[in-house]
Every structure is written in structure tokens, then in C-alpha cells.
Write a protein that binds this ligand. Structure first.
Ligand code: T3D
Length: 259
């Protein structure tokens, strides 16, 4: 199985599972990953997702064995990229938080799939490599969009063009990811974080994701209108009522994530 799914209380762990290829993505794995995300989305009990990799790597991007140029001409990279684009859009659009625990090297599309997640933790030994220029390609999976947003133009250009490994701790210092964690603590830290997210007000978190994504292109004026509308939606959820009640009663809130 190229993708493993574990059910936990309130969340699912999705593990990329081709460790002998550093979890490089082939067509089967693409399909299995999309199906796992669809199933998580359809499960009302699932309120957060943890994505990680099996073995010593997180993901080495596209399986290059599958897209080698053959005698009959180059592969159909547009079709390959449509699959990646679908994954990035799915991760960004999920109405629940997605945490990525980068357990080892994240290269090419593997790095950018991680950046498409909402909160990225990485083992201190992990590296992020925009490996594309090493093989004559451009950063895809949103890389040319995520990099300048997260680390600024100068660093984005050097990372994209030089394809040098960026160690996790520097990635955190630069704002590419949320935190670099001691290797032996990554798993426990990631599970504690996802379990905590699974108890938050899920609809509020989903609307926060939507507002932040829209802010990338909105004027302040439009963003203020959007915040008003999304806040109105959040304010009509049972979790908002519970959150305020819990505050007044000086007790922890018991959110359900339901409408
Ligand atoms: O269709 C398109 O191409 C468009 C879409 C593009 C999206 C992309 O992701 S393009 C970028 C593709 N990824 C890469 O170029 C990264 C290739 N991998 C590497 O550069 C290195 O493996 C790493 C820097 C990631 C890690 O290096 P290292 O020394 O820790 O491990 P290794 O020995 O290179 O790899 C271990 C095994 O995994 C090895 O197999 P072997 O020799 O033990 O049988 C290696 O061939 C295999 N592997 C690693 N990455 C890939 C891969 N096999 C297939 N595809 C890979 N991407």
C-alpha cells in the first residue's frame, strides 16, 4: 500500500509509504493519497489530518522513473501536473486543519506538498530541497507561489534556482515552516498538535483558512468585507455559542465542530 491511513480520536494520520523510493509519488500513490483525503473530508468525526512519511524521508517528489524521457518523446508532464495541482488544491481547500510532520528530506514536489499544509513541523535532521532546477524543471505544486509568500523574493529565488538543501532549523528561522523539532520528539509533538486541533472549533478554523487564502489577492477593503461575512458564519455555529458560554463560566470549551 502506497498510502497508509490510521484513525485516531478526531483525526486521521496519512502516511506516504514508498520508503525505498523516499516516498516519491507515482500514479498509484497520487490516486491513493487523493482518495485518503476525500475519505477524511467525508468523515464527520475527522476534524484534522496529519500527513507524514514512512522511513527516513518525507517525500522525494515525483518518481522520476515514471516520467523519464523515452524514445517516443517526452512524458505528458501537463497530465502529471494536473494530478499534483489537484492535491495542492485539495489540501488548501479542506475544511479542517492539515498538519505536516516532515520526518526527513522533502524534495521537489514533496517539499511543496508539505508547504501546502496548514502547519508544518519538521525533524531537525530534515531538509527542504527545491530539486527541480537540478533536472531542468521549474518549482511546481505551488512552489513559485509559496516560496516568495513565505520567505520573501530574495530567498525564494536562490532556493528555486540553486536547489540547495535548506535544513529544517533554518527553514523555521526563515518562516518557511512553523517549527523544527528534535527528531525523537517529532512524532509525539505532531500527534499532540493534531489532537489539540481536532478539539478546536473546526468550522472557525476552516473559515480562518479561507480568509487567509483570500487575503493573498484581496485588497484590504475586500478582505474587511470577507472577514465580516465569514465572521457572521462563524458566529452562527454552536461552537461560537459554546466558546462564549465556556469563557463566562470559566471552564474549558467543549467544541463539536458541527454546524
Ligand atoms: O513529471 C514531472 O517530472 C513533473 C513533476 C515534477 C515534480 C517533482 O517533484 S520534480 C523533482 C523530483 N525529485 C527530485 O528530483 C529529487 C530526486 N532525489 C534526490 O535528489 C535525492 O534522492 C534526495 C536529495 C531527495 C535524497 O538523497 P539521498 O542521498 O538521501 O537518497 P538517495 O540515495 O538519492 O535515494 C534513495 C533511493 O530513493 C534511491 O534508490 P536506490 O538507489 O536505493 O535504489 C533513489 O534512486 C530513490 N529516489 C529518490 N528520489 C527519487 C527516487 N526514485 C525515484 N524518484 C525520485 N524522485
Amino acid at each position: 500500500m502506497t498510502i497508509l491511513v490510521e484513525q485516531h480520536a478526531g483525526y486521521r494520520q496519512i502516511t506516504l509509504n514508498r520508503p525505498d523510493r523516499l516516498n516519491a509519488l507515482n500514479a498509484e500513490m497520487h490516486g491513493a493519497l487523493m482518495a485518503a483525503l476525500d475519505e477524511a473530508e467525508a468523515d464527520p468525526e475527522c476534524r484534522a489530518i496529519l500527513v507524514t512519511g514512512a522511513g527516513r524521508g518525507f517525500c522525494a517528489g515525483q518518481d522520476l522513473g515514471d516520467v523519464a524521457v523515452k524514445d517516443d518523446g517526452p512524458p505528458d508532464l501537463k497530465a502529471v501536473l494536473e494530478r499534483y495541482n489537484g492535491l495542492v488544491r485539495k489540501l488548501r481547500g479542506l475544511a479542517m486543519p492539515v498538519v505536516c510532520a516532515v520526518n526527513g528530506v522533502a524534495a521537489g514536489a514533496g517539499a511543496n506538498l508539505a508547504l501546502a499544509c496548514d502547519i508544518v513541523l519538521a525533524a531537525k535532521s530534515a531538509n527542504f530541497i527545491q530539486a527541480f532546477s537540478r533536472i531542468g524543471l521549474i518549482p511546481d505544486c505551488g512552489g513559485t507561489w509559496f516560496l516568495p509568500q513565505l520567505v520573501g523574493a530574495a530567498r525564494a529565488r536562490a532556493l528555486a534556482i540553486l536547489a540547495e538543501p535548506l535544513p529544517a532549523e533554518r527553514a523555521a528561522e526563515w518562516g518557511l515552516i512553523w517549527q523544527a523539532i528534535d527528531d525523537d520528539k517529532l512524532k509525539a509533538t505532531a500527534h499532540a498538535l493534531v489532537a489539540r486541533l481536532a478539539k478546536q472549533a473546526t468550522i472557525g478554523v476552516a473559515l480562518t483558512k479561507r480568509a487567509l487564502d483570500a487575503a493573498e489577492t484581496n485588497t484590504l477593503d475586500r478582505q474587511l468585507d470577507l472577514e465580516r461575512d465569514l465572521q457572521d458564519e462563524a458566529g452562527h455555529t454552536p461552537d461560537y455559542a459554546e466558546g462564549v458560554r465556556a469563557f463566562i463560566e470559566k471552564r474549558p470549551a467543549n467544541f463539536t465542530g458541527r454546524r
